[in-house]
Design a binder for this molecule. Sequence first.
Ligand code: BES
Ligand code: MN
Ligand code: ZN
Length: 492
Amino acid sequence: MPSLSSIRFVDFDTQLMADAQGRVVVIVTPEGQLDAAARSANRMTKGAVKRLVESEAFSKAKTGQIFTVSWPVGMLAEALDVLVLPRKITATELRKAGSALAKTSGGKPVLLMTGSMTKVCDLAMGLALRLYGFDVHKTADKPKEDEAVIQIAHKSATDMAARFSVEQAVAAGVHMTRDLTNEPANVLTTSEFARRLEEMSELGLEVEVLEEDQLEALGMHSLLCVGQGSASPSKVVVMQWKGGPADEAPLALVGKGVVFDTGGISLKPGAGMEDMTMDMGGAGVVAGTMRALAMRKANANVVGLVGLVENMPSGTAVRPGDVVTSMKGDTIEVINTDAEGRLVLCDVMWYAQDRFNPSGMIDLATLTGAIIIGLGHENAGVFSNDDAICNAFLKAAQAEDEGAWRMPLGQAYDDMLKSRVADMKNIGGRPAGSVTAAQFLKRFVKEDMPWIHLDIAGVASVKAETAYAPSGATGWGVRSLDRFIRDKFEAE
Ligand code: BES
Ligand code: MN
Ligand code: ZN
């Protein structure tokens, strides 16, 4: 699988097409108009492109569709892909077309002839997002295609390459999130996760790892109880990006990083339990977003915090009925040890506010199965106490074509958390399971703190491929958060 760094912008020259290896891509409109490269390819192939656009099949051509001429005469390439793009096209349509091209390329070198297309970066971003495969654990001979290069020929190649470096940073963040989320729990232990985050200090991020004794001293007994049955130590990692004005409060991103969720003593059923390797997806998105911000040198102050724990049943595990005290001081009756994400987040969220006094806080978590029942795999659940920050995020998510749907909060849901013995229970019962989970978190949000909770259980990792990713981890959220930060904090 070619990687992100295999994308190169090269000077546009129709002569490149004759000798290119792999696949050559030219663009035509749905009306069958050929651009300069397509006309040139048509001459080389003795009229194949013209015959194609005049064919019955082409008359039903849709935006982004690819018609392949295999082993074209007059070219060395093994395929000439004719990509259908109208003159007026949205960024999302272009990204989808780029993604489709990446999928079609099948690891072969590609020469993509874009002429003077102004929105070429969107096409390239689509390619970058889909040029992904999680094959580190496949031992079969890696094909030579690893070295395959994706050349994008453009009349202003140097300019476009510079512009694309911003998008490429975001794509690198998305790929990192996917790698973390796809990684099995025996590889991505809490320590390995922390190590991978520490590595990001090379990018200019300030990274700190808080160990169990420090978490103990801070009073994070809620977070710590989740990991107390595991052989892996619990950790909180803090990543700071200081790209904005020195006196400006940061935005805080908080992620649930349960490297594996067995359910603990409230053990999950065996079928499908292996999917719980993705239960650190929220922490993965925080990590990927911090990478993107650092790589594109964002003009904003953002702090990312992740709570890394493993939820295991054992002789030392937390029991149903145990009462723990959170860092905030509120006591929690642990009714169900499988409702562990909120126990982790509440302490990290409190710490984030206590230490950084952020201007806003967004938490991400694969928090509830109930959000999948409600919204499926199309939309993440969005919960917020502040319309302005929430609407700004929803707008960013829409622009990035990442599904996000606002859910309600309210006193009646909060009432469902009342405990007989402690300040609250950690579950509210079956009805509105995602809302009571959000309501639990809201108890740890300070008065007047603009806050968004994103329940990404349905979107972090999926069984079927999506428009931008193969099956498995999607990286949902990195693009939306990056855009949200760009629009809210970096626009002059
Ligand atoms: N990690 C799960 C939620 C989840 C389910 C994520 C499916 C991804 C896919 C979470 O920790 C959990 O177990 N939640 C429980 C809560 C319940 C015990 C109140 C759930 O959703 O069943
Ligand atoms: Mn759980
Ligand atoms: Zn969980």
